[in-house]
Design a protein around this ligand. Structure first.
Ligand code: R5P
Length: 303
């Protein structure tokens, strides 16, 4: 029997093609808010003994988490066989340490909530920094898909003479993989973060790349201060206007404008979070991940 995929509002752009890709039936779900702001959730499909897939990206996680937990809990009560979550952007991965006394290590608490709600999880390039694998904090099986080959392919088709630039050591994992896949040189810069919107970027000798097109690659564009500050430093060093590529288009208020004002020649993202800058389609990656979770015996080991 086909799995049933429930698409949460705002995720149709990637989740409808995913349903077609994995030949899932679309589930019927009503989500709305009561006048007092509480969430109303109703599962309208027959789900007893069925494989269920919940499809929603976890940008704005505080808004999306409760409806997700209510839906998963209800599906369980209605007798679903197994509940999987496809969340191309997995939130709360950056607060992976108690940076100051008394702070919540939100990554761990968030992982516990999701692990208690669903049976498996598929995502794209979670921000793994101090944790090296989702298994360190998630107690359910997970599949991590990597966007690097798709980003490399986009660069090969759209950018003349690229030089890949990673704004900080955390971005080295994506930048190096993309650079290798498209046979381009790469440079990793150094970032010191002083606050949410206050970053300092140190640039090594880059003058040799003045005749190349800089391509900034990072996993998350949130306030865009990391990329905007990087652009300023690269322009000071004599490089041209860069193409800015992010895996996850979080774009806090004013971020896109900040990036354009700083001098981005083009801003491109993967469709892990629906946004006008989406130009790299991860549907096939998500489909592979779902198949790995549904039919582990037929799938190659996940990295
Ligand atoms: C953190 O290290 C990430 O890889 C990104 O560099 C960071 O999240 C970008 O954040 P923002 O756009 O707010 O500078």
């Amino acid at each position: 029997m086909k799995p049933i995929l429930f698409v949460f509002p705002g995720n149709q752009a990637w989740a409808d093609p995913l349903a077609r890709e994995i030949k899932a039936e679309l589930g019927r779900l009503t989500l709305r808010h009561f006048p007092d702001g509480e969430s109303y959730v109703r599962i309208e499909s027959e789900v007893a003994s069925r494989e269920i897939i919940l499809a929603l990206s976890l940008n704005n996680p505080d808004e999306h988490l409760l409806p997700l937990l209510f839906a998963a809990g209800t599906l369980r009560e209605l007798g679903a066989a197994r509940i999987g979550l496809v969340t191309p952007y997995l939130a709360y991965m950056r607060q992976d340490k108690r940076f100051h006394a008394g702070e919540a290590i939100s990554s761990v608490h968030f992982a516990r909530l999701l692990s208690n709600a669903v049976d498996w999880l598929v995502t794209v390039d979670p921000h793994l920094h101090r944790f090296h694998s989702l298994d360190e904090i998630y107690s359910i099986p997970s599949h991590v898909a990597h966007a690097a080959p798709l980003i490399a392919d986009w660069i090969c088709r759209n950018v003349d003479k690229p030089v890949l630039i990673g704004p900080d050591s955390e971005s080295a994992q994506w930048t190096a993989a993309v650079a290798q896949a498209c046979g381009a040189p790469s440079v990793i810069l150094q970032k010191v973060r002083h606050g949410d919107r206050d970053v300092e970027i140190a640039v090594p000798q880059v003058e040799q790349w003045c005749t190349h097109t800089p391509v900034l690659v990072d996993d998350i564009i949130s306030t865009a201060h990391t990329m905007a500050e990087t652009i300023c430093q690269l322009q000071r060093a004599g490089l041209g206007k860069p193409v800015c590529i992010g895996v996850h288009a979080i774009f806090a208020e004013g971020a896109q404008e900040a990036l354009q004002t700083a001098g981005a020649a083009r801003i491109v993202t993967c469709n892990t979070v629906t946004h006008p800058s989406n130009d790299i389609d991860v549907t096939a990656l998500l489909g592979q991940g779902v198949r790995t979770m549904l039919f582990p015996q037929n799938s190659p080991p996940s990295s």
